[in-house]
Design a protein around this ligand. Structure first.
Ligand SMILES: Nc1ncnc2c1ncn2[C@@H]1O[C@H](COP(=O)(O)OP(=O)(O)OP(=O)(O)O)[C@@H](O)[C@H]1O
Ligand SMILES: [Mg+2]
Length: 503
């Protein structure tokens, strides 16, 4: 593999009349798109718009019901990942990354393409090291892939694509779990690959990064192609209206909320990931917790729910709480929406309806008998109220991320919590569903509850919160008024160095 192989003529890629249906859902509806060679083309759309379906078809993971994919002028006949990779040189870095965790980095990079008949470990490691060097990634090829961060795993998948001389690289929401720093390094790499002739397809919800990175933007809505833009000329507002087909409310502020007396009072709370944290959230107030991934902001929110052991003084409505487990927290009227939807909040094998009503099973049972009819009725009403799009009887994992999050939120809000805790509530959620979730949080606060949310999405905190408490390496470095603060001010606090914690 040399620089030359990457410089060979880039591939023209085109889909025409693509249709794909899953049961009652038309995931792709007569989609025709061009992906110009040697350019970065972004594909944008709300949750469930069909982006991943399109990408997985192009990577051969599923076949369309009808329509064609044309690569360099020839219609593709067989849809399989190995055909797409070896014959058409199309590689995918999927939305949910799946490396072989107990194999080495080299084994993952060269999977199915080990050099020679009997691959020598030394040669594999050398070859992998060279590939990783090409993309400025100093990872040890002998290391277990399971030990890598998400950003490193993505780079391993990009190296795997290079090992196949891939000419089309598809990335499905690659920055969801990256820090801003890791994301900008990834962008620099993608630009370099583009300049060497690789055709790049890029799926993301993050409009500013799309405008910064892409050359061209295609917008999907409800499985249809609705618009395309030259990224150099488009604005976020235009992209948003194309995605959602309507104008969104400018801001959720000035919503007639009255902020009351202190409801949550935290004094000197410490845990493994943070120490000496004190903060207050008033009734009717939405307070944000900002910080880099190592700041302890997620652990703080989890600790208040009893999901992470902590010591300190926590009061709700003036009453000292002893929260040793989530059960204690729930009894005290606290609700919690964790960041890891799939692993921590959803019951993946249960239906949408069951997931929405899972906290009501106890109150809907007598003498050990569950009143399923009541639960179904409650669930149906909730899904309608929260505008969850998808069938209530289907499995919850069939829903898009935004709809899954609405199900989780509906489950908690039905309990009318005094304090609602949320950790990165809109990670991977599109702008439309995001704004609906924000509106819900305002409703909760307006009803007199307190809301405390951590988020890695700074613009989100500035938009939704009244105040933002900032953590750096486990300690509070400041608090700002979210109505007047800028991203720069918050970032300055989030990156401020703090004295080593006594713990
Ligand atoms: N394997 C599947 N079985 C059933 N339904 C599916 C399947 N894959 C996708 N869908 C449905 O098809 C529609 C499009 O899904 P897709 O994953 O392509 O959306 P997306 O634009 O990638 O959304 P997101 O932003 O949430 O990743 C959704 O309604 C989804 O629920
Ligand atoms: Mg997707």
């Amino acid at each position: 593999m040399t620089e030359d192989t990457l410089l060979q003529s880039p591939l023209t890629l085109r889909v025409s009349g693509l249709c794909k249906r899953f049961g009652g859902v038309q995931a792709l509806n007569d989609v025709s798109l061009d992906f110009p060679p040697g350019k970065i083309t972004a594909v944008l759309g709300e949750n469930g718009a069909g982006k991943s379906t399109l990408m997985t078809i192009m990577a051969g993971l599923q076949r369309p019901d009808s329509g064609t994919l044309t690569v360099a002028g020839t219609a593709v006949s067989g849809y399989s990942p190995s055909q797409m990779l070896h014959e058409h040189r199309i590689a995918l870095v999927p939305q949910e990354i799946a490396l072989c965790r107990d194999r080495t980095v080299a084994e993952n990079v060269l999977l199915g393409r080990e050099p020679g008949v009997l691959p020598s470990r030394r040669r594999m490691n050398e070859q992998t090291r060279a590939l990783l060097e090409q993309i400025d990634t100093p990872i040890d090829p002998r290391q277990d892939a399971g030990l890598l961060s998400v950003a490193e795993q993505q780079l391993v998948l990009i190296a795997r694509a290079l090992a196949r001389d891939c000419r089309v690289l598809i990335l499905d929401e690659p920055t969801t779990s990256l820090t801003p720093n890791e994301a900008s390094r990834l962008f620099a790499l993608l630009r370099r690959l583009r300049d060497r002739g690789t055709t790049i397809l890029y799926v993301s919800h993050r409009l500013p990064e799309i405008i910064e990175l892409a050359d061209l933007v295609h917008v999907l809505r409800d499985g249809r192609h609705v618009a395309s833009f030259d990224a150099a000329e488009v604005t976020t507002d235009r992209l948003i209206s194309a995605m959602v087909g309507r104008e969104l409310a400018a801001a959720v502020r000035d919503d007639g909320r009255t902020v009351g007396s202190p409801l949550l009072e935290v004094a000197n709370l410490s845990a493994a990931a943070f120490s000496g944290v004190s903060l207050t959230v008033c009734a009717g107030e939405i307070v944000g917790v900002a910080g880099l991934p190592d700041s302890g902001s997620n652990a703080l929110v989890a600790a208040l729910f009893g999901a992470v052991p902590a010591t300190g003084d926590v009061r709700l409505d003036g009453v000292r709480l002893r929260v040793r487990s989530p059960r204690d927290a729930m009894r005290a009227g606290i609700g919690y929406v964790p960041a890891e939807r799939r692993s921590q909040a959803l019951f993946p094998d249960l239906s949408v309806n069951d997931n929405a009503t899972v906290l009501d099973v106890e109150t809907s049972s007598r003498f050990g008998l569950v009143n399923h009819r009541r639960l179904r009725r409650m669930g149906k009403a909730r899904l309608a109220e929260y505008d969850v799009r998808g069938s209530s009887g289907g499995v919850v994992t069939g829903l898009s991320g935004g709809n899954q999050q609405k199900v989780i939120l509906s489950r908690w809000l039905a309990r009318e919590p005094r304090l609602l805790l949320l950790d990165d509530p809109t990670r991977g959620v599109d702008v439309g569903a995001k704004s609906e979730i924000h509106d819900r949080l305002v409703d909760v606060a307006r009803s007199g509850a307190a809301v405390l949310m951590s988020s890695s999405d700074l613009p989100e905190l500035l938009r939704v919160c009244d105040r933002i408490v900032v953590l750096s390496r486990g300690q509070v470095t400041g608090a700002v008024d979210a109505r007047t603060a800028t991203e720069q001010e918050v970032m300055a606090l989030a990156t401020r160095s703090v004295a080593a914690s006594p713990a």
